[in-house]
Ligand binder design. Structure first.
Ligand SMILES: Cc1cc2nc3c(=O)[nH]c(=O)nc-3n(C[C@H](O)[C@H](O)[C@H](O)COP(=O)(O)OP(=O)(O)OC[C@H]3O[C@@H](n4cnc5c(N)ncnc54)[C@H](O)[C@@H]3O)c2cc1C
Length: 392
């Protein structure tokens, strides 16, 4: 494991840190700032800020320069995530497009798709959603039923998607559609790019327990989609989707570590403010969470070293997903236990905004579900990484 970064990567860190210092207003970093804003106001602020970051050259860090990226290394991408978390920069509003669709297009998109989609996405001119999950097709994606019937040079798409992140603010959605009549499971699927403003597309927001509506349902009723808006070949959707999902396997969770360390420090401040920091059970719990965080850091650096040395992580990336999501969720279980059954009644402390931490605690309930649930990830690790026999 290499615990150091190259001089070029450190130089990049200095430049990025300076840009972030000059472009993140101090009030943004205050605990509770984002939770205090209206949902749409927060989205617009993040969207514009991220656009300016891209124009300044601090987006698409690992992407080739020809696509508007920086042509950097995995270590530089990790530094980007780390510095962003350290400076309390806002989360991306276009994660699904940037993480999944862009690299898929770079690999298998047509020249027109590459030219028309990647640049506007990087600058947040177009917000992308992911339309994979359906009622009855989540972990078991091959059970999806949204279908498209061929009509000349187009498909007429009907069906429903669910849990679609940014559905209410999305412009386009990359969607898994059954395009071969009578096909089942992995066969006869296509990845279609659908305009969310087209006639027949209806979005219904879903209100989460945190009070916000970050995701929603998307209904397609006789939506006309040009057959040319297919990525990776008609009927080849399963292979395209597997390629697309492989890009979620980030090189490391060093950005998450930095962000969760901030949450840990805030939770310690809450323990002090409540006078619970002398309680031996609380102290042991906090110590355990701190150790878990350091394990996440060293695992991330180990993975980053492997990637920098050109090794393919393959299914071992499931270990990283499991580790960051379980660590994050566990940290907030400690927070919930700290506040106890009266959590909603506890008043804010002087320097920590409990509303934001409560909202974050709700959010952590979801991180072991999306991007492959923990149960599914454990099966992958058991069978594909450890070589244990398949479960029945
Ligand atoms: C915050 C959030 C954002 C999301 N955003 C999007 C999005 O933008 N686009 C999109 O397409 N989807 C999105 N999703 C959906 C997400 O991908 C699914 O929730 C996920 O795939 C699980 O599917 P499911 O909810 O249908 O649960 P199910 O697949 O029905 O699973 C229910 C339970 O059974 C377990 N289980 C299922 N299969 C197995 C198995 N083979 N072995 C062991 N246990 C199993 C699961 O682990 C889980 O505990 C989002 C979800 C969340 C929570």
């Amino acid at each position: 494991m290499d615990l150091t970064y190259s001089p070029a990567a450190e130089e990049f860190r200095v430049d990025l840190r300076a840009w972030l210092a000059a472009n993140i207003p101090a009030r943004w970093a205050a605990s509770g700032f984002w939770a205090s804003l209206d949902e749409d106001e927060a989205f617009d602020l993040r969207r514009d800020w991220e656009r300016r970051k891209a124009l300044a050259g601090f987006a698409g860090i690992e992407w080739p320069v020809e696509y508007g990226g920086r042509g950097g290394s995995p270590a530089m991408a990790a530094i980007h995530d780390e510095e962003l978390a350290r400076a309390r920069g806002p989360r991306s509003v276009n994660t699904l497009g940037l993480t999944f669709l862009a690299p898929t297009l770079m690999a298998v998109g047509t020249p027109e798709q590459k030219a028309e989609i990647i640049g506007p996405m990087l600058r947040n001119e177009v917000i992308w959603c992911q339309g994979f999950s359906e009622p009855g097709a989540g972990s078991d994606l091959a059970a999806l039923r949204t279908h498209g019937e061929r009509d000349g040079d187009a498909f007429i798409v009907n069906g429903q998607k669910v849990w679609t992140t940014s559905a209410r603010r999305g412009d386009q959605i990359f969607t898994m559609v059954r395009t071969e009549p009578g096909s089942s499971r992995h066969r006869g699927l296509s990845l279609l790019l659908i305009d969310m403003h087209a006639p027949g597309v209806e979005v219904r927001p879903i209100r989460q327990m945190s009070g916000v509506s970050e995701f929603g349902e998307v209904f397609f009723t006789d939506v006309r989609v040009p057959a040319s808006a297919c990525v990776g070949g008609l009927g080849n959707g399963w292979a395209t989707a597997m390629l697309l999902l492989s890009f979620e396997r980030g090189a490391s969770a060093i950005g998450q570590y930095t962000d969760y360390l901030r949450a840990f420090e805030e939770i310690v401040r809450v323990a002090k403010a409540l006078g619970r920091d002398g309680d031996p059970v609380v102290r042991q719990e906090l110590a355990r969470r701190r150790v878990e965080l350091e394990c996440l850091r060293y695992h991330s650096l180990h993975v980053l070293t492997e990637v920098e040395q050109g090794r393919d992580l393959g299914f071992a990336s499931s270990v990283t997903k499991l580790q960051w999501s379980q660590t994050y969720q566990g940290l907030f279980e400690t927070f919930d236990e700290l506040l106890g059954p009266d959590a909603a009644l506890v008043r804010p402390t002087a320097d920590v905004d409990l509303t934001a931490l409560r909202r974050e605690s709700f959010w952590t309930r979801s991180v072991t579900i999306w991007g492959g649930s923990s149960q599914v990830q454990r099966s992958i690790v058991a069978e594909r990484v450890l070589g244990l026999p398949r479960g029945s």
